[in-house]
Design a protein around this ligand. Structure first.
Ligand SMILES: Cc1cc2nc3c(=O)[nH]c(=O)nc-3n(C[C@H](O)[C@H](O)[C@H](O)COP(=O)(O)O)c2cc1C
Length: 329
């Protein structure tokens, strides 16, 4: 198990779980661009048990995506354990428990970041899921925030309790639940967690460029970094980070390579979801891919109303042959 954990956490680049964004197609693109570990969008434990066919799309992955983690959320230890038992059929490389989601429909039942207010319940969940994983060589992790709100910043004590209960690694997004995604993440909390815990710590929050990733490693001592929003529209950031953290600084990518990746992304999404669904779901990605180009707004307008694959591809192609807004004539 020690080697398995080290293979996932020694100076690795993780793709953050982003519901509605990091689906199977995008994970493949991120892997191609250099992500080391990718994680599923969060999957409801209850949903998995009671309506497995609806949850299947979240846990589906390809061999190329390994190591692949499946993240579940829920609030009832027995249900969480049962869901993990069923999920093991998929042979994931990691099980992650969501203890950070701030969304109302998740926290109202005590799941996600609400678990940081109920450390005993969180520990019971870890305990029950651990039993299911014993003997499997599949590590167990938890993804937490810095606490519920400013007056209850318990990440370090909470993380220690989870470690003592049996997780193998921990990921922290150092904002409180009250902050949701506003303000800045407080990387000093990552550092404190790393200092207090013996298990590997994966730092997350506000990595927007390669320098940020390097800075997070340096300032916090974290074992690995996880990148979420910074990757949307910019999956090649993984390749750039790899270059910078190995002191090579040789990264470059031109518009034609980017365009090829975007097309691959779109075609993979179509293969996985069918044309109409893929077109709808790719709109978020396209809006990021087309940012900063002269004429981008007009192309986004077309993409947001078109259901014609070729029309969309042609518009993006033309955009990428044009100029960025800050480029000189
Ligand atoms: C659209 C969106 C969806 C997210 N979905 C999940 C999720 O399913 N599970 C999870 O643990 N965190 C989720 N997060 C939080 C991210 O994984 C990450 O912790 C957060 O965005 C901070 O990292 P970043 O600054 O690199 O984006 C989501 C965030 C966003 C913006």
């Amino acid at each position: 198990m020690k080697d398995t954990i080290s293979a996932l956490t020694s100076k690795k680049l993780w793709l953050a779980p982003l519901a509605g964004i990091t689906d199977k197609a995008f994970r493949t693109i991120c892997k191609q661009c250099g992500a080391d570990v990718v994680v599923s969008e969060m999957v409801s434990a209850d949903g998995y048990i009671y309506n497995i066919s609806r949850s299947m799309k979240y846990v589906d992955f390809t061999e190329f995506q390994r190591p692949f983690g499946i993240q579940i959320f829920g609030y009832k230890p027995s249900i969480m354990a049962k869901a993990v038992e069923m999920i093991l059929e998929k042979r994931p490389d990691l099980i992650d428990i969501n203890m950070g989601c701030p969304v109302r429909k998740v926290i109202k039942r005590g799941a996600g970041s609400a678990l940081m207010k109920t450390p005993e319940l969180a520990a019971d969940i870890i305990c029950e899921v651990r039993k299911v994983l014993d003997g499997t060589n599949i590590p167990l992790s938890a993804k937490i925030r810095s606490g519920w709100d400013d007056s209850s910043m318990n990440a370090v004590d909470f993380g220690k309790k989870m470690e003592d209960t049996g997780i193998d690694m921990i990921c922290i997004h150092p904002r409180t639940r009250s902050q949701m995604f506003s303000g800045r993440s407080d990387w000093t909390v990552i550092k404190k967690l790393k200092e207090k815990l013996s298990i590997p710590v994966i730092g997350n929050g506000d990595i927007r460029n390669a320098q940020d990733a390097q800075k997070m490693f340096k300032e916090t001592g974290c074992d690995s970094v996880m990148i979420g929003r910074g990757i949307i529209g910019n999956p090649w950031l993984f390749a750039e980070i790899k270059e910078i953290i190995s002191n090579r600084n040789n990264f470059s990518i031109d518009n034609s390579e980017k365009l090829k990746k975007i097309k691959d992304h779109f075609l993979l999404a179509i293969k996985n979801k069918g044309e109409d669904n893929a077109i709808k779901e790719m709109r978020t990605h396209f809006s990021y891919y087309t940012k900063g180009f002269q004429g981008g707004a007009k192309v986004r307008e077309l993409i947001n109303s078109s259901f014609n694959k070729n029309e969309i591809l042609k518009a993006i192609e033309q955009l990428y042959q044009g100029k960025r807004k800050n480029e000189q004539n």
